[in-house]
Write a protein that binds this ligand. Structure first.
Ligand code: NAD
Ligand code: DAU
Length: 339
């Protein structure tokens, strides 16, 4: 099998590329990534000399390039992860999200359709369902009701993908997962940002009252689920993926402070994210029942391992937090920290 992974230098993508090389050694992985601020080849240093990992720097919106890669590498299937992924950035500037997430996905779908690929796996998100009240879970039939420019762009891509199955017969599978955590996550997202700030004795900016709930999924568990969905998912099927680990943000922030031995006085409650979804919680029973997936990590074990990884890999996150990113980071958080 030759698989084209898009966004393979980002957080989930780089974990997925490594997962595939380890667990599907016969496969060739072609990794197409534009290397935006969130993409980093350093995440894949261990595959530098691996002949079955082919890195190509490029944009998913470049149809000519996609056609060429499919032909040159005899690509059988696409696992599509490339995206603008950060909700806060989509509030500051939605356009990049429409271009990458909506138009970029459509270019890939067109290429897949014309090349008659055997499968197109669209990595969507639980944010397409919108926000839950205090009870209930998202199932695959929950109506889509996205709130942010990010989640609206992902919902568009998700629905366009399903439309390609319905209209053109393209073999697609859509996965909708909850919040991932683990190694190589860019320190703009809750868990790595809080670890990095705590280690630097900087304030930990908690939005609103800190009682918003996310349902956490360890990234390797997610990669295992994506691989199963690619191999065994039903054509046109949608699969929720979640770690059954609901936590309030403030609980996580306190767990991180305890893990790195820093005081809770570093917590700073700041102005809430506009349109902040209150609660996400996933019913993952379909993928468990149909594809035999089960997550291997408990949240406590996974978070402890993640904190250790950030402690052991300080040069990595110090480098990615410097330069161009730092300008965005400082301006955004300086503003938010005013409370
Ligand atoms: P990330 O921001 O860490 O990585 C995104 C990658 O895509 C980067 O390497 C970037 O360079 C690349 N990219 C962006 N635009 C591109 C373009 N036009 N052409 C080629 N490459 C491009 O994101 P992530 O957290 O790893 O998320 C990966 C996917 O999973 C995204 O589609 C995201 O919507 C989805 N998802 C993420 C989570 C999560 O918790 N992180 C949860 C649910 C779904
Ligand atoms: O649910 C899946 C989604 O999870 C993915 O589709 C997105 O790509 C991914 O970024 C993530 O979105 P969130 O908005 O949930 O993740 P984030 O890490 O930005 O925020 C998690 C929660 O923590 C959210 O309730 C906002 C809050 N938060 C976040 C940051 C960055 C804070 O309180 N303070 C912060 O500084």
């Amino acid at each position: 099998m030759n698989v084209l992974v898009t966004g393979g230098c980002g957080f989930i993508g780089s974990n997925l590329v490594k997962y595939l090389r380890k667990h599907r050694p016969a496969w060739t992985v072609v990794n197409l990534d534009k290397l935006t601020y969130a993409g980093n080849l350093e995440n894949l240093t261990e595959l530098e000399k691996d002949p079955k990992h082919v890195f190509v720097k490029g944009d998913i919106g470049n149809r000519e390039l996609i056609d060429h890669l499919i032909f040159q590498h005899k690509v059988d299937a696409i696992m599509h992860l490339a995206a603008e992924s950060h909700v806060d950035r989509s509030i500051l500037g939605p356009e990049a999200f429409i271009v990458a997430n909506v138009l970029g996905t459509n270019v890939l779908l067109e290429a897949a359709r014309h090349a008659k690929l055997s499968r197109f796996l669209m990595v969507s998100t639980d944010e397409v369902y919108g926000s839950l009240g205090p009870t209930g879970l998202f199932t695959e039939t929950t109506p889509l009701d996205p709130s942010s420019p990010y989640s609206a762009s992902k919902a568009s891509a998700d629905l366009i993908t399903l439309a390609y199955e319905h209209t053109f017969g393209l073999d697609v599978v859509v996965t909708r997962c909850s919040n991932n955590y683990g190694p190589y996550q860019f320190p703009e997202k809750l868990i790595p940002l809080m670890i990095a700030n705590a280690l630097a004795d900087k304030p930990l900016p908690v939005y609103g009252d800190g009682k918003n709930v996310r349902d956490w999924l360890q990234v390797e568990d997610h990669c295992a689920a994506l691989t199963l969905a690619l191999e065994k998912g039903q054509k046109g099927g949608v699969y929720n993926i979640g770690g059954n680990s609901e936590r309030e943000n403030i609980q996580i922030v306190k767990m991180i402070l305890a893990a790195v031995g820093k005081p809770e006085s570093l917590i700073k409650y700041v102005t809430d994210r506009p349109g902040h979804d209150k609660r996400y919680a996933i019913d993952a029973s379909k993928i468990k029942r149909e594809l035999g997936w089960t997550p291997a990590h408990t949240f406590e074990k996974g978070l402890a391992e993640t904190v250790k990884w950030y402690l052991d890999n300080r040069p990595w996150w110090e480098r990615v937090m410097s330069g161009a990113y730092k300008t965005y980071f400082d301006s955004q958080y300086a503003h938010r920290l005013q409370g």
